[in-house]
Design a protein around this ligand. Structure first.
Ligand code: F0G
Length: 418
C-alpha cells in the first residue's frame, strides 16, 4: 500500500500519518503527502481505469489519488459524490462556457461530505470514539451523519448559537450528535474547540485536520473527469475558513504533477463584503492576514473573520494565478434567485461564487472566450428562509411573490388574470 505522511507547509517537518497531529511543532498547518507516483505510475492507464470504475462511489473511484494509504475496510460512505455539473451557458452567453458543479447534491446537501468520507474513515481506522468540530452548520451536519454511520463513534458539534439555519441545526440533532450552541461566532467556536482537544481525547474534524482536505480534492478531480480532462480557464469558489479552496488547489496540482492534466486553470476565491479577510490580504499582496469580526451575512456559512487555512489558500492562489473578489448582499440574493429560477436550487454561499463569476466577467477579468466552472457548495433547501424572505418583497428584482386568495373560483380566475 502506498505510503502517506504529514508534512508542515512552512518548515517541511514530517510526521507519521498514523499519529494524531493537526499542526506542526512550529505551529503551522500540516498537509498529507502521498507517494502518488507509486499509486499512479501511468496516467493514461489511470484515466482508462477511472472510466471503467464509473459505477463505484466517487471516493473509491479516486482513492488512489485522494488517499491511497486508507484501508478500504475502514471506509465509511453515504454514497457522496457523482454530483452534477450543470452547463448553464445558454442562460449566460457572456461566457464561452459556464458550468456549475453542484456539491449541494451530496447526502447531507453540502460539499462537506467529500471531506468527511476521508476524515471519518480515517478516524474509524484510528479507532477514535469521539469526533468533534466547530461549524457554521454544514461541517457539523456532515460530521454528525458520518459519525452516525460508524459503529462506536459519537459526534460532538459546537455551533454559533442563533447563527445557523433551522435546517442546518436539525441535521446534527437528528443524526445523533451532541449539539452545543455557543454564545459566540464561528471564530469563537473554533478557538474553543482547539483548546478542548489540547486537553481531551477527541478527534478534531475541522478542515484544520488535513486528512479532511484529501477527501475534498475529489471535487476538482471529479469535475475534470466529467470534462474529459479538458481544463477550464477558471474555477470560482466561495471562501470562508479557506479549506475548500486549498483542497481545490491541491487536487489540481496533483493532477498536473501526475501528468493527468496538461494545463493549470486560474482560481477565484469569493467572499462577502462583511467577511472578507482573505480579500483584504489579497489587496495587500498577501502580506498578512488581519483577523476581523465577520459581519452577519445571508451567506452565514462563510461568516468567518479568521480563516484557519489562510496560509494554504494563499499558497494555492499564488500557484494558480488566483484572485479574490467580494460581492454585496444584494448581488448574492439576486444571483441566487436567478440560478434557482433555472431549477438549480442553491444556497446563498454558493450564490457568492456565482455573483463573483458574474462580477469578474463584467469587469473584464474573465474574458468572453474563457471557460468557467463555479463550485456550488450547498443546496438551497438548507437555507429556505432566505428564499422565502427574498421572494416576499417586490423591492427585490427577481422576487416571485406568492398570491393569497379565498377559496372561490372567480377570485382564483382574477388572481390568474383569466
Ligand atoms: N459554502 C458552504 C455552504 C459552507 O458551509 C462553507 C464552509 C463554505 C462554503 C466555505 O468553505 O470554509 O472551506 O472556505 N462551512 C464551514 C462549516 C465553515 O462549518 O460548515 P471553506
Amino acid at each position: 500500500m502506498a505510503q502517506s505522511i504529514f508534512k508542515c507547509i512552512s518548515c517541511f517537518k514530517e510526521y507519521d500519518i498514523e499519529e494524531i497531529q493537526y499542526r506542526c511543532d512550529c505551529g503551522d498547518l500540516l498537509e498529507v503527502m502521498h507517494d502518488l507516483e507509486s499509486a499512479i505510475p501511468n496516467p493514461q492507464s489511470y484515466k482508462k481505469s477511472l472510466d471503467s470504475g464509473m459505477a463505484k462511489i466517487a471516493f473509491n473511484r479516486y482513492k488512489s489519488i485522494l488517499f491511497p494509504s486508507l484501508p478500504d475496510s475502514s471506509i465509511i460512505t453515504l454514497s457522496e459524490g457523482n454530483t452534477p455539473l450543470y452547463d448553464v451557458t445558454h442562460s449566460f452567453p457572456q461566457f464561452n462556457s459556464i458550468k456549475l458543479k453542484h456539491e449541494g447534491m451530496n447526502p447531507t446537501l453540502s460539499f462537506k461530505d467529500r471531506g468527511m468520507v476521508s476524515g471519518v474513515s480515517w478516524a474509524n481506522h484510528l479507532g477514535c470514539e469521539k469526533v468533534i468540530c466547530a461549524s457554521t452548520g454544514d461541517t457539523s451536519a456532515a460530521m454528525a451523519a458520518y459519525a452516525g454511520a460508524t459503529p462506536n463513534m459519537k459526534g460532538i458539534v459546537l455551533l454559533p448559537k442563533g447563527k445557523i439555519s433551522p435546517e442546518q441545526l436539525a441535521q446534527p440533532i437528528s443524526f445523533g450528535a451532541l449539539t452545543v450552541g455557543v454564545e459566540t461566532d464561528f471564530d469563537g467556536c473554533m478557538k474553543l474547540v482547539q483548546q478542548l482537544i489540547e486537553k481531551h481525547n477527541m478527534y478534531l474534524l475541522n478542515s484544520m485536520n488535513s486528512v479532511r482536505i484529501e477527501g475534498q480534492k475529489a471535487i476538482s478531480i471529479e469535475t475534470l473527469h466529467q470534462l474529459n480532462w479538458k481544463v477550464p480557464d477558471w474555477f470560482i469558489i466561495p471562501v470562508g475558513n479557506a479549506g475548500n479552496i486549498s483542497a481545490l488547489g491541491k487536487g489540481l496540482r496533483e493532477l498536473y504533477e501526475l501528468g493527468i492534466i496538461d494545463k493549470l486553470p486560474r482560481l477565484a476565491g469569493i467572499q462577502t463584503e462583511g467577511a472578507s479577510p482573505l480579500y483584504k490580504s489579497f489587496q495587500n499582496g498577501y502580506l498578512e492576514l488581519i483577523p476581523q469580526k465577520a459581519k452577519p451575512t445571508k451567506a452565514s456559512a462563510i461568516q468567518i473573520g479568521n480563516p484557519v487555512s489562510y496560509k494554504k489558500s494563499v499558497r494555492e492562489l499564488i500557484h494558480f494565478k488566483g484572485i479574490v473578489e467580494v460581492v454585496s448582499e444584494m448581488e448574492i440574493m439576486d444571483w441566487k434567485a436567478q440560478i434557482d429560477r433555472l431549477g438549480i436550487s442553491i444556497c446563498p454561499n454558493s450564490a457568492v461564487a456565482v455573483a463573483g463569476a458574474m462580477k469578474l466577467n463584467r469587469n473584464g477579468i474573465i474574458k468572453e472566450n474563457e471557460d468557467v466552472v463555479v463550485i456550488l457548495t450547498a443546496h438551497g433547501s438548507k437555507f429556505s428562509n432566505t428564499s422565502v424572505e427574498y421572494h416576499k418583497s417586490s423591492v427585490n428584482q427577481f422576487a416571485n411573490q406568492t398570491l393569497s386568495i379565498t377559496p372561490n373560483l372567480e377570485t382564483l380566475e382574477n388572481a390568474l388574470n383569466l
